[in-house]
Design a protein around this ligand. Structure first.
Ligand code: BDR
Ligand code: CA
Length: 331
């Protein structure tokens, strides 16, 4: 390992200089609130990617959410608008629109944002990720497809040595996918990008469906947000109730909605929340298993392991952190 790579213990140094890469649907918005309610976090920027919504809509949502949460100063950069190699910009499938709503934030819509999106999020990420001093590295947490990171690594391969371990939401190792029987949505949206990142040498921590389906939010908590009496509390309660209603239809018996993206962010800030398998990962790219994350058969016996895959989670402790941090952001 290069001496230049910032050690992950730097994550304990305050503030954590966080960059969120969001496809700005409902659970991405919850991750954003979690970040803003976290006292150890300095939110440096948001990169907005296609995924749950179009790239343009993701950028609009990220700006509008930051306005709502009182942080219009945080810059939002435009990320990729399509998967690697795609000829056209990406629009979500009808099933995804049903889950996250037309706006991407449930049935409600936020007012137009106070400022424009900045251009070239990929270039910005590559530059800033490389320029950050090892004592204050960027903590980059993608909760959408890994296209922006793959493009940034293509532009500046040394980025793989300059970022500390990145924690991403995506994939499924031991459980079924949520788009196909094999594939989870973020990896499914760009399997090539995810595969490029996983073989780049950049250390990763995968927070996939194995653990995100173990952390469930109920309407009891959204009622508390509504009772805060703030505009943000009401908006987040309505938005999340929409998401919970989708889960009640599609995953009856779960008792609420999964907190995919907030768990990835929480595990980036406090890796002791999850128990991980150390391995090397790849993504299947062909046939019915396209988009499946698997242990790389060619690197099974390698001593060096680039990836940590979260397989267990301290759900009660995470939920406590989630509720107190998000309430702080909405108050
Ligand atoms: C992931 O896919 C997106 O729909 C969610 O925002 C989350 O990042 C869950 O599979
Ligand atoms: Ca997401």
């Amino acid at each position: 390992m290069s001496e230049r790579r910032p050690a992950e213990k730097n994550l304990a140094v305050h503030p954590v200089r966080l960059v969120l890469d969001l496809d700005a649907g409902i659970d991405d918005a919850l991750a954003l609130a979690y970040a803003l309610g976290s006292s150890e976090v300095e939110l440096v920027a948001v990169v907005a990617s296609y995924g749950n919504v179009t790239q343009e809509r993701a950028a609009r949502n990220a700006c509008a959410l930051l306005d709502l949460l009182g942080r219009p100063d945080v810059p939002v950069y435009a990320g990729a608008d399509r998967p690697l190699g795609a000829a056209e910009s990406f629009s979500p499938a009808a099933g995804v629109v049903r889950i996250h709503g037309e706006s991407g934030l449930g049935a409600s819509e936020l007012p137009a944002p106070s400022r424009p999106t900045r251009a070239d999020g990929v270039g910005w990420l590559a530059r800033e990720g490389c320029a950050a001093p090892p004592a204050a590295p960027l903590t980059y947490v993608p909760t959408g497809p890994l296209t922006n990171l793959a493009l940034a690594l293509r532009a500046r391969p040394e980025l793989a040595e300059r970022l500390p371990r990145i924690t991403f939401m995506g994939g499924a190792l031991g459980v079924p996918g949520n788009v196909t029987p094999c594939a989870e949505a973020n990896v499914h949206n760009d399997p090539e990008a995810a595969d490029e990142v996983l073989v780049s040498g950049l250390p990763t921590r995968m927070v996939g469906l194995d653990v995100t389906h173990q952390v469930v939010l109920t309407r009891e908590e959204t009622a508390r947000w509504r009772a805060l009496g703030t505009r943000a509390g009401r908006f987040f309660a309505d938005m999340t109730d929409h998401y919970i209603a989708v889960y009640e239809r599609n995953n009856p018996g779960m008792g609420g909605c999964a907190l995919h993206d907030p768990l990835a962010l929480a595990a980036a800030l406090d890796p002791t929340l999850v128990g991980c398998l150390r391995t090397n990962l790849r993504v299947c790219r062909e046939g019915a298993v396209r988009g499946r994350t698997v242990c790389d058969p060619r690197r099974l016996r390698d001593e060096a392991k680039d990836a940590e895959v979260a397989l267990t989670v301290d759900a009660p402790r995470f939920l406590e952190e989630f509720c107190s941090r998000v309430r702080r952001a909405l108050a």
